[in-house]
Design a binder for this molecule. Structure first.
Ligand code: NDP
Length: 246
């Protein structure tokens, strides 16, 4: 489905990003991953991707740093020749009620989740325009649509991604560049492992489908948006949330 396609995934070392990378590789894509370090998780993911036949490479790049993003994107374009798909997945949480949020909690979350998404997209957009082809998929969150107690910084960053997604869709649709966002609900990853067991059970029980999602559930939707079956979809926000926000 994605043979001859080259993809970049930010934060592709673990959790949802890893599931997306594996899904792409299984479907024939070559995958470049951006992450903060050459961690054990990164090395393991790379090995798995390569065993699937993907020309997979890791680029150590903090998405908060525009110079680093610019340098790494040039390196990626030089290595792969052309990028077809960009998945902005890197994200963090620093949860607390509003009065207890430190300046750094606000800055870090906005810098990684929102500014990082903009920096990376900006770094690749010229190349998409040049090739008159591109597909951008941004990982937002259902809390960017509905808000969530204790996540003012995170919800604002994810809502920002939605505005950014719609703008890129409008600006670049005529250049054959699509841009969509995915809004996952609770997905079982290291990010949600921070919640205690009782809270996790309560969340699951509150969901219409009664269980947390798996990274694979998000990856399936990313694959759909990355492929030709979704060629007439742009500027859209699609939830994968077990009915959390119906
Ligand atoms: P994880 O914490 O499991 O993984 C986060 C990934 O982001 C890691 O690969 C990490 O790389 C990377 N990353 C973090 N900071 C940076 C940075 N400054 N520069 C580059 N890469 C960075 O998260 P999830 O898999 O759970 O989440 C993935 C995305 O999905 C996030 O955007 C998250 O907000 C979103 N999401 C998750 C939900 C969930 O329930 N899990 C729900 C809704 C949305 P490294 O390994 O180097 O640290």
């Amino acid at each position: 489905m994605l043979s001859d396609k080259n993809a970049v995934i930010t934060g592709g070392t673990r959790g949802i990003g890893k599931a997306i990378a594996l899904k792409f590789a299984e479907n024939g894509a070559d995958v470049a991953i951006m992450a903060t370090s050459e961690s054990d998780a990164a090395r393991q993911t790379l090995a798995q991707l390569k065993s699937l036949g993907s020309d997979a490479r890791l680029y150590v790049c903090d998405v908060r740093n525009p110079e680093e993003v610019s340098r790494m994107s040039e390196m990626i374009l030089a290595d792969y020749g052309r990028i077809d798909i960009l998945v902005n997945n890197a994200g963090i949480t620093r949860d607390n009620i509003l009065p207890a949020l430190k300046d750094s909690d606000i800055d870090d979350v906005i810098d990684v989740n929102l500014k990082g998404c903009m920096y990376v997209t900006r770094a690749f957009i010229r190349s998409f325009v040049k090739h008159r082809c591109g597909n951008i998929i941004n990982i937002s969150s259902v809390v960017g649509l509905m808000g969530n107690k204790g996540q003012a910084n995170y919800a604002a960053s994810k809502a920002g991604i939605i505005g950014f997604t719609k703008t890129v869709a409008r600006e670049y649709g005529k250049r054959n560049i699509r841009c969509n966002a995915i809004a996952p609900g609770y997905i079982a990853t290291e990010m949600t492992a921070a919640l205690d067991e009782e809270m996790t059970r309560a969340i699951a029980e509150s969901l219409p489908l009664g269980v947390l999602g798996e990274p694979e559930d998000v990856a399936e939707l990313v694959l759909f948006l990355a492929g030709n079956a979704s060629r007439y979809i742009t500027g859209e926000v699609i939830k994968v949330d077990g009915g959390m926000y119906v």
